[in-house]
Design a protein around this ligand. Structure first.
Ligand code: NG6
Ligand code: CA
Length: 511
């Protein structure tokens, strides 16, 4: 016994490191952009604007050409990212309204709870959009729980839903920040009085007009979805969102630099209303949509500079991704369509936000860990839903069998290891209410669409008549030619595979 100890101690001295390998515990920062398309950044082919900081991340790490969000809207992608479960498995995971209760129930194993278990400090700073409060919804003037702190985050500093939804206040841990109790905040889905100014009654006063929806309460000259009164002292200016989150993130990184940390930086750029800070306005020829991309890139640069300044770059895994694909007119007249010129927000792909075409979910996806991830481009299939199992693997945190049911351990792929294989299949969904699915399996892409009409984005869409469509992504990356009739065997095989994944309730092997 004694001699074993001696040998171990001696070998530690000799090699200068512990004899038993400690689990690897680098810091992890996930930067999730909002509505950023595959073609929206210069390292993925944009030429009408430049994103030097995102490009730097790509140049120093792995840039994925088949990196996906799991859904083509926000709430389901964020649900899947945090839980490792496809959102279609749980009701109520579609776009969350202003008074939505917490979508992820306390007790759920989540990416942050797994990292907490591994000894990490965890925080989410930015857009939440996963509901707050019990079944009755958020208690805006009281404790806003359950919320992020009940599912694995030690701290949060949030915009509750999206900035086109009311209210424009920050939630700091369990409270609305800066709320004056003599001016309580009320949030509802009906005008509180006949004389409450709205985007309809006071349309002439708006500084950014709406094109559909967004005609409820007016704040900062912009009409919103839903209504609110009070909470005046707590309200922020749209222009200041990115600055507030960057400042808070830098402070949080500084104060946690000596222990392993996980930061989920959930940018609001480039979601509507696109109202970047004045110093970014007019920086691109694409209008505020392009300017918001430049603001997003600035945020990424601030995070990277902080890691450099604190000497943390070689001990921090940074993941950059998006929650869904791009949209030009998402309900405001902000000239995104008129000024788009030659810019291709979805890159070479068809469709965008709300769609199961590749443009809806195939988005920028980059991993960087200086000294550990080689620089390069990977064509392997990875998805935001895989981060939970992959980061559990990185930190050697045991994954309970009944948790993260659709999250695959793709750590080696994310770390750019030669020969590592990504997913051989991936289910994609739209907002989840209409039941449209995409199944990517190798070069094939099967669409299963609900026949007839579905509602999304305030518009009624008529889906293709075919319930199944099939595309060959290598020959036809733009999904322009449906080849289902030529390959009935492939349609049969993939539709069975899709049904099995839906009905079996999990796609991660139980082992
Ligand atoms: C839609 C909104 C859209 C956007 C979206 C959610 C209308 C007409 N459209 O209902 O503007 O807010 O919801 O976007 O109101 S997401 O990226 O958060 O999923
Ligand atoms: Ca989004």
């Amino acid at each position: 016994m004694k001699s074993t100890f001696f040998i171990l101690a001696a070998s530690m001295l000799l090699w200068g490191q512990p004899a038993f390998a400690e689990p690897s515990r680098p810091n992890v920062i996930v930067i999730m952009a909002d509505d950023l398309g595959y073609g929206d950044v210069s390292c993925y082919g944009a030429t009408t604007l430049q994103t030097p900081n995102i490009d730097r991340l790509a140049a120093e790490g792995q840039r994925f050409t088949s990196g996906y969000s799991s859904a083509s809207t926000c709430t389901p992608t964020r649900f899947s990212f945090l839980t490792g479960v496809y959102a279609f498995r749980q009701k109520g995971t579609g776009i969350a309204p202003p008074n939505a209760p917490a979508v992820i129930k306390p007790g759920t194993v989540t990416l942050p709870s797994l990292l907490q278990q591994a000894g990490y400090q965890t925080a989410v700073i930015g857009k939440w959009h996963l509901g707050l409060g019990g079944p009755e919804g958020p208690d805006w003037n009281g404790d806003l729980k359950p919320g992020p702190l009940e599912i694995g985050f030690d701290e949060c500093f949030l915009l509750p839903t999206t900035n086109d939804r009311v209210p424009q206040v920050f939630v700091e841990n369990h409270r609305v920040r800066g709320l004056d109790p003599t001016d309580p905040l009320w949030v509802g889905d009906r005008a509180p009085s006949d004389d409450h100014p709205t985007g309809i009654t006071h349309r002439h006063t708006l500084r950014m007009d709406w094109s559909h929806g967004h005609n409820g309460t007016i704040h900062n000259g912009i009409g919103r979805i839903g209504f609110y009164t009070g909470g005046r002292a707590a309200r922020f200016r749209d222009e200041d969102l990115a600055d507030a989150w960057v400042k808070r993130s830098i402070e949080w990184i500084e104060s946690n630099q000596h222990r392993p940390f996980f930061l989920f930086f959930a940018s609001h750029d480039l979601h509507v209303p696109r109202m970047p800070h004045e110093r970014f306005q007019g920086k691109t020829s694409l209008g505020f949509r392009g300017d918001a991309i430049v603001e997003l890139d600035w945020c990424v640069g601030e995070v990277l500079n902080t890691l450099d300044r604190l000497n943390l770059a070689s001990n921090t895994l940074v993941v950059f991704c998006s929650d869904n694909g791009p949209v030009l007119d998402d309900g405001y007249k902000d000239d995104a369509v008129e000024k788009s010129g030659d810019h291709q927000p979805s890159g070479p792909f068809r469709g965008g936000k709300y769609s199961i075409f590749e443009g809806g979910t195939r988005t920028p996806f980059i991993t960087r860990w200086v000294g550990r991830i080689p620089a390069g481009v990977s064509d392997e299939v990875v998805c935001t839903v895989d981060l939970a199992a992959s980061l559990a693997s990185l930190t050697e945190t045991p994954l309970p069998t009944d948790a993260c049911l659709d999250s695959f351990d793709l750590l080696d792929v994310l770390l750019g290891k030669a020969g590592a294989k990504g997913r051989d299949h991936l289910v994609q969904q739209d907002n989840g209410q209409a039941g449209n699915f995409g199944l990517r399996a190798g070069a094939w892409k099967l669409h299963q669409s609900v026949r007839g009409k579905s509602k999304a984005n305030g518009k009624t869409n008529t889906n293709e008549k075919n319930q199944f469509q099939l595309f060959h992504l290598v020959d036809d990356p733009a999904e322009s030619t449906n080849v289902a009739a030529q390959h009935p065997d492939v349609v049969q095989r993939l539709s069975l595979q899709l049904q099995r994944i839906i009905t079996e309730g999990r796609s991660r092997r139980a082992d």
